[in-house]
Design a protein around this ligand. Structure first.
Ligand code: ZN
Length: 117
């Protein structure tokens, strides 16, 4: 358990995160302490970005898949890889809150993006 942070600390950390990833075409709402968290020790994973929220109701944007290669893949590593591969979250749900394996997907290496607004 971490100590509760004040609004001011959150504001400072948001600024730090923003400065860490100036080229991101999405917002990051992952706790700064969790950026170095190792998501997986697998050396190849796929990040799935499905555009299924109501913002895309009328435009049918295709699901995208991003290949990530690395060792001890962290949140930060994934974010940097997604920036390089030009992930662009351009709707109301452009805040990345994390990456998770969807238990409904029968895949060992596919992760989905948890997004919020
Ligand atoms: Zn949306």
């Amino acid at each position: 358990m971490s100590i509760e942070k004040t609004d001011e600390q959150y504001a400072i950390e948001n600024e730090q995160i923003y400065n860490m990833f100036p080229d991101a075409k999405f917002a990051i709402s992952i706790d700064i302490d969790e950026l170095d968290y190792v998501i997986t020790t697998q050396e190849h994973i796929i990040i799935k970005s499905a555009y299924t929220c109501y913002c895309y109701d009328n435009c049918n944007k295709k699901t995208e898949f991003f290949n990530i290669f690395g060792k001890n893949i962290t949140n930060k590593f994934i974010i940097n890889s997604l920036i390089k591969q030009d992930l662009n979250l351009d709707c109301n749900h452009h805040f990345i809150e994390g990456f998770y394996k969807n238990p409904k997907t029968n895949s060992d290496c596919q992760f989905e993006i948890m997004t919020g607004s």
